[in-house]
Design a protein around this ligand. Sequence first.
Ligand code: 2HA
Ligand code: ZN
Length: 279
Amino acid sequence: MKTKLIRDFTKTCTDGWLQGWHERNGGNLSYRMRNSEVEEMKGEFCEEGDWKEIGTEVPGLAGEYFMVTGSGKYFRNVELDFEDNVAIIRVNEDGTKYKIVYGLVNGGRPTSELPSHLMNLEVLKQRDPEMRIVYHAHPANTVALTFVLPLDDEIFTREIWEMETECPVVFPQGIGVVPWMVPGGKEIGVKTSEIMKTRNVAVWAHHGMFVCGHDFDEAFGLMHTVEKSAEILVKVMSMSPVKLNTITPEDFRALQKPFGLTLDEKYLYEKHSGKIGEK
Ligand code: 2HA
Ligand code: ZN
């Protein structure tokens, strides 16, 4: 069965693979399904499977269905065999367990980052019921910057924003940075979902990035925009520790009216040091 949802989900996996963000089984993708999408596919669901522990609690997602990549599965292979690599799961009535109702036909489990994905999707649903996607990837330039920039939300956001005028338009709420933590568990999910309460981008130091979106294009485009700016910053820093020219706080403020933005002044600090990464 090839629904529009399956096509859109697959396209995101393939596009991420082509960007080089998904070495081996790196990265994962999840989508909170609409009732109409569940109805469309329900004839193919098997509800007989066992309930398994999520490893955290997401009562705000009770009874909902999610399309998620499989643990240990390669993004490269999603377009080649969707049903082997992706699952649809249902969350139980108290938000502590899930069961696989479709996909992963050769066995397996949903993504190892399921707690982070579901905790993010839960806070996002509260923020905006149409926010349905969480996407995690390992884009190299963004990860590289976590070794040389302070792991500070304000500095990280400001340095990335300065690389492309589009940035504050695309992610006006800025970026949150999570220090290095053990991936795959509840703890890192708590930290990431704290960021997702107000922002659409979370960077995991020395690991990767989480973004959200209303649809797949928006989530992918956000990942792409942050990573593109990170690439420019890596190029600039390889040439010089200081910038001769840049976008100034006044310039950023001037974007607000024409683009209908409100930018938090905490990102628009006056710099006392000329060095990239210092305030
Ligand atoms: O291997 O990206 O964070 C999947 C991951 C874990
Ligand atoms: Zn990862």
